[in-house]
Design a protein around this ligand. Structure first.
Ligand SMILES: [Zn+2]
Length: 576
């Protein structure tokens, strides 16, 4: 392999020569980007070369397409393929077609060449003879200009896989570059929004699949849209890792995605170093966690945990499309969802790497931390009923002002939840329905959200806040009704996994590990129904802001987290 730093610093002819095998017989592609060096990552180098291909003149593009061999074609039979093409085609099992498949490929290839005048090109990594035949059948019906575009995109995909095997790069930069690349797929312009099964979401899934293939993983896509990459190991038992790739509206680029691209980068490094783990590592890119489109959260991890509720298939999105229709339109069969559930007997645990989404590690000056538990939450809605009246005529002592009572409740929640460091409480909704400047508020609606890593601490706080609300009601002569809308217990991270993270952090950073609870919900909560869970938090820059475009992560922190994750995998104990 060649170091990216070296590629960035050598003379242009050496740079072009080093990349000669990336675009088949076409050194003009690296030539055109040599002056744009240095590249921060392999992803950036690939993007520049892909742009050069897509912006080249039609004659250059056609020459590039024609420089490729026919799949399972005459060149393969004569043994004339470049070394790269030979290993790629064998990888798709094309050298082991049945006679029937081979015949079908020959017929379709001939029809394709006759129609377009150039060979059929497909990145065969991850394909089977049948999927290649299906792609040929579909693409042979294209218009010429449409098919030329598809062929060039496939050439750029092939280049991605070849580049991943050739260029060695700093792992932190690679992780950031992958997250940046995924953030380009959005359903809103100028910001990142990727809701379940939108076109941007499906493009993101395809790109994650390519990242996994480039890392050398075996990849499959399941019926809810999870993308699963497998690094086979010394036994059939599996350690699962992963996080979600859907986002909130106007999101940051690391929430969820870090827990996908970081394990991909580490798995790729392990494979290239020929490190064989004593278990199979499965990286699951969960399709849905945030609940933006169908208001139903954790769709991806629910399915894997065997907790998918079939009644949510009838949920309707804002455009009137049901979840069932969306899954079917995406090419999957809802009847296959129950089979996604994993057998706990095969599992060694689930671990999730996630940005902290808060300021604790940033304040402590630490790049990573070990999650102790995922906070349980209690949510309720509160209605305060007083008496409305004229803002000018009712004397102050006679008022039954609902908003003033609500204000006291807000302060009571804040005061009580400040009493314990592991406790947080928020009044996020506060409204005076039909309020007017000259009317004393007669009614007020508010919400209360109380969370803690300890259910006992949370319940005690909730009881105290409720008692205080009753005192406020008596004193102000208003009625207060509280109704609970959610009660989720805290989920503990397994002590043995916390200890293993801590040991890895000590080995990698030389410093003791900070342990902290997670106030936000994560896919790991759902996976706790199946197996032991653990989470590694990574420092979030910019004051710890998340669910916001200002969410940041440094390449240095990504590199430290990757080193901790790799060490964790290499020391992970397989229980008897
Ligand atoms: Zn998340």
């Amino acid at each position: 392999m060649i170091d990216l730093a070296r590629l960035n610093s050598v003379a242009a002819p050496e740079f072009v020569a080093a990349l000669a095998s990336i675009f088949e017989h076409s050194p003009w592609v690296p030539e055109r980007v040599a002056a744009a060096r240095p590249f921060a990552s392999g992803v950036a180098l690939h993007a520049a070369m892909s742009d050069a291909v897509m912006q080249a003149g039609e004659a250059m593009q056609l020459a590039l397409i024609r420089a490729h061999p026919e799949l399972a074609g005459r060149a393969a039979i004569r043994g004339d393929l470049t070394e790269a093409s030979t290993s790629e085609q064998c990888g798709a099992g094309l050298s082991a077609c049945t006679p029937g498949q081979y015949q079908r490929l020959q017929t379709l290839n001939a029809a394709y060449s006759a129609r377009f005048g150039f060979p059929f090109i497909l990145a065969v990594k991850g394909q089977t003879p049948d999927s290649v035949i299906a792609a040929l059948e579909r693409r042979v019906t294209h218009e010429e200009s449409q098919e030329r575009h598809v062929a060039l995109l496939e050439i750029c995909r092939i280049a991605r896989f070849r580049l991943a095997d050739l260029v060695d790069e700093p792992i932190g930069a690679a992780i950031i570059a992958m997250a940046d690349d995924l953030a380009r797929f959005s359903e809103t312009t100028g910001s990142l929004t990727c809701s379940y099964l939108s076109p941007a979401h499906m493009d993101t899934a395809a790109r994650i699949r390519d990242f996994m293939l480039a890392a050398g993983l075996d990849v499959h896509h399941d019926a809810v849209g999870n993308v699963v990459g497998v690094l086979p190991g010394g036994s059939a038992r599996q350690l699962l890792t992963g996080s979600h790739y859907d986002t909130v509206i106007n999101a940051g680029r690391y929430d969820g995605r870090l827990g996908i691209v970081l394990p991909i980068a580490v798995a790729g490094a392990l494979r290239r170093a020929a490190v064989r783990l004593p278990f199979s590592l499965q990286i699951i890119a969960f399709a849905e966690e945030e609940g933006v489109r169908f208001r139903s959260t954790f769709l991806g991890s629910r399915a894997v945990a065997g907790r998918f509720d079939p009644t949510v298939l009838d949920t309707i999105d804002a455009q009137g499309m049901s979840l069932r229709e969306a899954i079917t339109a995406g090419g999957q069969d809802v009847a296959d969802i129950p089979a996604i559930a994993r057998d706990p007997a095969q599992l060694l645990g689930f671990v999730e790497v996630h940005i902290e989404q808060g300021p604790v590690l940033l304040d402590a000056g630490l790049p990573v931390g070990v999650v102790t538990s995922i906070a349980g939450s209690m949510r309720s809605t509160v209605t305060v009923e007083g008496l409305s009246g004229h803002a000018g005529t009712v004397p102050m002592p006679l008022r039954r002002d609902a908003a003033a009572a609500a204000a006291e409740i807000v302060l009571a929640v804040e005061r009580r939840c400040s009493a314990d460091p592991g406790l947080v409480g928020t009044v996020g909704k506060l409204e005076v329905p039909d309020g007017a400047m000259n009317v004393i508020p007669g009614r007020c609606h508010l919400s209360i959200d109380i969370r803690s890593g300890s259910d006992a601490v949370r319940d005690a706080a909730e009881a105290d806040v409720s008692a205080e609300m009753q005192r406020i009601a008596r004193r102000r002569n208003v009625t207060i009704e509280q109704s609970r809308v959610l009660e989720a217990p805290a989920i503990a991270c397994a002590a043995r996994i916390q200890d293993a993270w801590e040991a890895s952090i000590r080995r990698v950073t030389g410093a003791p590990a900070r342990r902290l609870p997670s106030g936000a919900g994560h896919d790991a909560m759902m996976m706790a129904n199946l197996t032991d869970i653990g989470m590694l938090f990574v420092r979030c820059g910019n004051g710890g802001i998340s669910h916001n475009p200002a969410e940041t992560l440094s390449a240095d922190d990504a590199a430290i987290a990757a080193a901790v994750f790799r060490d964790f995998l290499q020391h992970y104990k397989v229980p008897e």
